[in-house]
Design a protein around this ligand. Structure first.
Ligand code: GUN
Length: 293
C-alpha cells in the first residue's frame, strides 16, 4: 500500500523552532538589552546562494534579530575577505558570522573558516567546534545535521540504541551528523562511495540519513520496514513532463511504502537549516554554545 509512512513535516517543525527562537530573543532583549546579530558574507553571484541568503536575512529579521549582509565581488582577494571576518569578529553587535559556501577557487575556504571566532561560528564549521562536538562538549553544531536530529526526534524522542546509517561523509553534513547520532546513543555506520553492498548496510538500519547529493539514489527496497528516513538531498531534475522539479537522495514514493516515517523533499530537512541557524545565533548571543545531541 502506497504512502503508509508518517510524513515528517519539516516546514511545521521549522516554524515551531523559529517561534521559540523569537520568544527567546524577546526575553534576551528584555533581560539583558542584547539583540542577537547575524552577519552573512556572500562572495560572487551564485543564484542559489543569493536566494538562500535573502531567505536567511528575512527570517533573521522576523525572529527579532539584527541581520547584516556583506556582498563581495567574485574577484575579491582572500586578504580582503579575511580582513572583513576580522572586523566582524571584533564587532560587539554581531554574535554570529556565516560565510556562504562555496567560495571562489582562489580563496582558501578552510583558512577563512578558521579565521572566524569559534564563539561566533554559527555554521559550526570551525575546527574548535568540530572538535568540541566530537568529544561531546558544548559546541555550535552545524545547522543541517542539527535539523535532521530534531526531525528524527519528532518521531522517536529517544534514539538510544538504534542502528543508524549516514550515507555521505561531508564535513558539512555527514560527519557532524554521525557525531550527533553517536551522542544520542545510536550505533552509527557512515557509508560513502567506497562502501561495499550499500543496500545491505541500509537494510539493517532503524534510522537512515541520506546526504549523498544524488537524485533518488536510495531505493525503497533498501529500507527496513518501519525505519525512520531523513532525506537531506535537494536535487533539481527534469521530470517526465519536461519540467524541473526537486527530488531528494531517496526514491520517496518507493521508500514511503516501507518506512515508518519519512521527510519529503521539498518541505523536510530544507526549512530546518535556517531555523537552526537562528537558534545558533541566539546561543552565540547568549554567550554559551548549544547543547550537543
Ligand atoms: N552553502 C550551502 N549551505 C551552507 C551552509 O549551511 N552554510 C554555509 N556557510 N554555506 C552553505
Amino acid at each position: 500500500m502506497a504512502g503508509q509512512a508518517q510524513i515528517i513535516d519539516g516546514k511545521a517543525v521549522a516554524e515551531q523552532v523559529r517561534a521559540q527562537v523569537a520568544r527567546d530573543v524577546a526575553n534576551l532583549k528584555n533581560s539583558h538589552g542584547i539583540t542577537p546579530g547575524l552577519a552573512v558574507v556572500i562572495v560572487g553571484e551564485d543564484p542559489a546562494s543569493q536566494v538562500y541568503v535573502r531567505n536567511k536575512g528575512k527570517q533573521t529579521t522576523a525572529a527579532g534579530m539584527k541581520s547584516v549582509e556583506h556582498k563581495l565581488p567574485a574577484t575579491v582577494s582572500e586578504l580582503k575577505l579575511l580582513e572583513l571576518v576580522g572586523e566582524l569578529n571584533r564587532a560587539d553587535d554581531i554574535h554570529g558570522i556565516l560565510v556562504q559556501l562555496p567560495l571562489p577557487k582562489h580563496i582558501d575556504a578552510a583558512k577563512v573558516i578558521e579565521a572566524i571566532d569559534p564563539l561566533k561560528d554559527v555554521d559550526g564549521f570551525h575546527p574548535v567546534n568540530v572538535g568540541r562536538l566530537s568529544i561531546g562538549a558544548r559546541a555550535l553544531v552545524p545547522c543541517t545535521p542539527a535539523g535532521c536530529m530534531i526531525l528524527a526526534k519528532t518521531v522517536k524522542p529517544s534514539l538510544e540504541g538504534l542502528d543508524a546509517i549516514v550515507i555521505g561523509r561531508s564535513n558539512i553534513v555527514g560527519k557532524p551528523l554521525a557525531q550527533l547520532l553517536l551522542a544520542a546513543g545510536c550505533t552509527v555506520t557512515v557509508a560513502h562511495s567506497k562502501t561495499r553492498d550499500l543496500p545491505a548496510q541500509v537494510r539493517r538500519a532503524d534510522l537512515v540519513m541520506a546526504a549523498v547529493g544524488r537524485p533518488e539514489f536510495v531505493r525503497g527496497d533498501w529500507i527496513k520496514p518501519g525505519a525512520i528516513v531523513i532525506d537531506v538531498g535537494i536535487n533539481r531534475v527534469t521530470g517526465a513532463d519536461g519540467r524541473d522539479k526537486l527530488v531528494g537522495d531517496v526514491a520517496y514514493d518507493e521508500a514511503a511504502k516501507v518506512a515508518g516515517a519519512i521527510t519529503p523533499v521539498p518541505g523536510g530537512v530544507g526549512p530546518m537549516t535556517i531555523a537552526c541557524l537562528l537558534r545558533n545565533t541566539l546561543e552565540a548571543a547568549r554567550g554559551v554554545a548549544g547543547d550537543v545531541g
